[in-house]
Design a protein around this ligand. Structure first.
Ligand code: ADP
Ligand code: MG
Length: 212
């Protein structure tokens, strides 16, 4: 079985897609966004294609593409589409697979199911992306607790943003979790600056240790 990883986060807009682009590039992986809500701006798949310089064959088609940039449950209702979380299955690939969820773990897909229900069924190891700034300790520990309660395998936490030296330490200790590294805020954010920053701040082999 290929290496597969789920990338989730403490919130939306924290850099999951940018991190996923760098990780997909570093692992020579395929990228899959199961549910894209919002089609007017650049989609996450398009961002990964551009920032990760990933060939288009390695960007796998979304299971659902919804027009409005709101929670998937509502976006689906607005498009008059029925999402079936129980039917959502990762595509088969010959390469490693990076899967990016939407928003955070308890984002609803329907009025009865959230993303974490799907992740619990899949049992694919999760990388939790977290901002480094104010409020992140609470959001990170809550997310870890939600995953542990459902026995979801956790690979570790990847931080995104400026350095706050105590933040990784307290999360590592109180969350009993591995810290994988920190992607700094990049200015400018380009495929080259992203590739370089990822290689400097993460050990790619730490993502290869899990075969799920
Ligand atoms: N490391 C970074 N350096 C600079 N800008 C970043 C970085 N990570 C994310 N951003 C910017 O922040 C915004 C949200 O990032 P994105 O990866 O789309 O978040 P998410 O997938 O969590 O919603 C985007 O405009 C993106 O370009
Ligand atoms: Mg995203």
């Amino acid at each position: 079985m290929n290496l597969r990883l789920v990338i989730t986060g403490t919130d939306t807009g924290i850099g999951k897609t940018v991190f996923s682009a760098a990780l997909t590039d570093a692992l020579g992986a395929c990228y899959w966004k199961p549910i894209q809500s919002g089609l007017h701006e650049e989609t996450d798949s398009e961002t990964v294609l551009r920032l990760g310089r990933i060939s288009s064959q390695r960007i796998l088609p979304e299971a659902w593409r919804l027009k409005t940039p709101v929670s998937p449950h509502l976006s689906a209702e607005l498009d008059e589409v029925t999402l079936d979380p129980d039917a959502l299955q990762p595509p088969e690939t010959n390469l490693p697979l990076i899967i990016e969820g939407a928003g955070g773990l308890l984002v609803p897909l329907t009025r009865h199911k959230t993303f974490v229900d799907v992740f619990a069924r899949w049992q694919i190891p999760v990388v939790l992306c977290a901002r480094t700034g104010l409020g992140t300790i609470n959001h990170t520990l809550l997310s870890l607790e939600a995953m542990r309660q459902r026995r979801i395998p956790i690979l570790g936490v990847a931080f995104i943003g400026d350095a706050y030296p105590d933040t990784p330490r307290i999360i590592e200790e109180m969350g009993d979790v591995r810290i994988l590294g920190r992607l700094p805020r990049l200015e400018p954010l380009t495929p080259d600056s992203l590739r370089r920053a990822f290689r400097e701040n993460f050990d790619t082999s730490s993502f290869r240790e899990v075969i799920a």
